[in-house]
Design a protein around this ligand. Structure first.
Ligand SMILES: Cc1cc2nc3c(=O)[nH]c(=O)nc-3n(C[C@H](O)[C@H](O)[C@H](O)COP(=O)(O)OP(=O)(O)OC[C@H]3O[C@@H](n4cnc5c(N)ncnc54)[C@H](O)[C@@H]3O)c2cc1C
Length: 380
């Protein structure tokens, strides 16, 4: 057993850290305030080949592995979870189904431009009446000439107002619950596609979230992902398996940032004339936080390694998502307990980490859903 990142991964990590410090850090406060995604970052990260990291060279991608993707996501989320959310959806949920299950022509059309940050992707599964239970979506893709007409609405869609294309889940056969779903790529300019409204959230303010409508939106057959009708749910599950491991990296990044900020606070704060770091209660809390971050990191990179070997199961991915997204809640609560009133100040990043971390329990399977998946895989 070997628990270190390889030399190549360490070099990559240093490069991502330098780019995040130089390009992302200076933008965070301004764009958090504006509640907008800093769009120029798409071109910057595209030029650095830090979007769609697992996309192979033949589509202009860097062709890296899942471990690298987690390294990048951990570093990015250490600086800003909202920006991490946008890039995660673009390089994962929106483009992964095209890369893994799409035709060669779909790949050539969408992937190189997504890799370079010239086109932004979104992914639309959730609906006003269908969240955790994906099989209960109501968006329909009815056959029309050489393609399909999509009718339905989607909500909580990351990159919704800024996307150029969106990978959408819809029923080609609503009679076959779950099995009759397909994924389609819809272009922003397609007639019948519209953004209903931008949604305001508790956290991840720099990530763009929207409600979308598909009103008789025509999509040619070539933009259906996969060769046959049905099977979209399996494509979704494979895509989500990867995304759930990425959530481990996102949680680890926010956990590390919270720990770092709290440690530096404790090192300079004084209470009753004594340095705060002398308090055993405070020292114990910091020791617990540091331990949690380390365990989250090992769990995540083990999951990423299993994914790279092609042997990660749904249970592995669910365990990473459940453990890490719940652990980061405890870390931010401990940081708040240590900093008390100071933690509530808007200029203190701890309040942002608390709000951002809370959202991690919901997308790509809520904590309750991951309990169900793990229990089922345990044969219960
Ligand atoms: C910040 C953010 C970004 C998102 N981005 C996207 C995106 O880009 N694309 C997209 O399609 N969606 C996105 N979503 C939606 C997200 O995937 C859903 O919110 C999630 O699947 C949960 O659905 P829901 O909110 O409708 O809750 P529900 O499914 O209605 O669940 C409500 C509650 O019931 C629990 N529950 C549900 N089913 C069960 C069960 N069988 N047993 C026990 N408990 C259960 C849940 O855990 C939860 O506590 C995003 C959400 C957020 C918060």
């Amino acid at each position: 057993m070997f628990f270190e990142l390889s030399e190549a991964h360490k070099e990559f990590q240093k490069r991502v850290q330098r780019i995040c410090e130089r390009e992302v850090s200076p933008l965070v406060e301004e764009y958090e305030r504006k509640k907008e995604f800093p769009l120029p970052l798409y071109r910057t990260f595209g030029a650095e080949r830090l979007l769609c990291l697992r996309c192979p060279k033949e589509y202009d991608g860097p062709g890296l592995d899942k471990v690298s993707e987690c390294v990048c996501m951990e570093e990015l989320n250490r600086i800003c979870a909202g920006i991490g959310a946008g890039f995660m959806v673009h390089g994962g949920l929106a483009t992964d189904p095209i890369l893994r299950f799409g035709s060669e022509s779909l790949k050539q059309t969408y992937l190189p431009r997504a890799v370079r940050g010239e086109k932004i992707g979104a992914f639309a599964l959730t609906e006003p009446d269908a969240g955790s239970d994906a099989a209960s979506i109501r968006t329909i893709a009815s056959k029309d000439k050489d393609g399909y007409r999509l009718n339905g609405s989607k909500t909580f869609i990351t990159n919704g107002t800024i996307c150029d294309f969106v990978t959408v889940a819809a029923y080609t056969d609503p009679g076959k619950r779950g099995i009759g779903i397909n994924l389609f790529v819809v272009n922003r300019e397609d007639e019948g596609f519209s953004v209903i409204k931008k949604l305001r959230k508790l956290g991840n303010h720099t990530s763009d979230t929207a409600e979308l409508a598909f009103d008789g939106c025509y999509v040619p057959r070539e933009r259906m992902i996969g060769e046959r009708e049905g099977g979209g749910l399996e494509q979704l599950e494979e895509t989500l398996k990867s995304g759930r491991i990425t959530y481990g990296a996102r949680s680890t990044g926010v956990g590390q940032a919270t720990f770092d900020a709290t440690l530096s606070y404790v090192k300079q704060a004084r209470r009753h004339g004594e340095p705060l770091k002398r308090s055993q209660a405070i020292r114990f809390l910091l020791a617990e936080m540091a331990t949690s971050v380390e365990v989250m990191r090992y769990t995540t990179y083990r999951g990423a390694w299993l994914f790279d070997q092609g042997i990660a199961t749904m249970k592995d991915a669910s365990m990473v998502k459940l453990f890490c997204s719940e652990s980061v809640q405890k870390i931010v609560q401990k940081a708040m307990a240590i900093q008390k009133a100071a933690g509530l100040l808007m200029e203190n990043p701890i309040q942002r980490f608390l709000r951002d971390a809370r959202l991690f329990k919901i997308p790509e399977g809520t904590s309750e859903v991951h309990h169900l998946v793990i229990a089922r895989e345990l044969g219960l």
